[in-house]
Design a protein around this ligand. Sequence first.
Ligand SMILES: [Mn+2]
Length: 264
Amino acid sequence: MGTAVGVNQSDVASEVLIDLTSSTQVKDDPTTVYAVGDIHGRLDLLDAMESRIAADIASSGSERPLICYLGDYIDRGPHSAQVLERLSAASEGQPSRVFLKGNHEDRMINFLVDPVTHGPAWMNFGGREALESYGVTPPVEIDEPTLMDLRDQLDRAVPSAHKTFLDQLALSFRWRGYLLVHAGLNPGRPMEAQAARDLMWIREPFLSSTRDWGCKIVHGHVIVEEPVFRPNRIGIDTGAYASGRLTCLAISTSGERVLQVASD
Ligand SMILES: [Mn+2]
């Protein structure tokens, strides 16, 4: 049995060019944007961060807060399914939320469409932990029949709400002088023609690029010990699954602030 997930987000679609000058806008201009870095199956840290943000909203009196999750919700950490369950659940009232697609979600979506092509890489890449979180036993041998069978097992185990969630992830979010993406942009391409794949997967030459993008790029994807502030980008993936530290960048008219939560 096939799955509807990712049919319009296959490898071919990831080569589609995106015009980032007309990137996702929200109806009510937020007063504060909370950008949350890579969660990777750490439900404990997601819970802690949501409490931290709620407390910050209460104490700062932000009228129209928005939380933008930068992607990589799954893999590596122990609770991928539970994180997707939490994020895909309807949010009650404020704050509104935007969810970006990380390369790990891209890989899972593609695995459900074409397990033979995408399975081997995913299994070396945190996918085993994601399978386990859905109650699917990770493979010993990675051959074609095994991968096809794993796909079918996972397809049955993933609730439709998670599939809809994965299918609806955005690639970027623009707010005032900021552009939020999972990984980064390709300095070899104009803003009007960025590849979807780069937004989810790029490392170099984005990281060392000094290009003025006309806005500050806020991204995750590359693990750093502490958030990195450069003139043209801010990186906030503090490797939660291994470090136990999840980072959020709060951006408002009064500037940028770092919020962090940590386990023990
Ligand atoms: Mn990533």
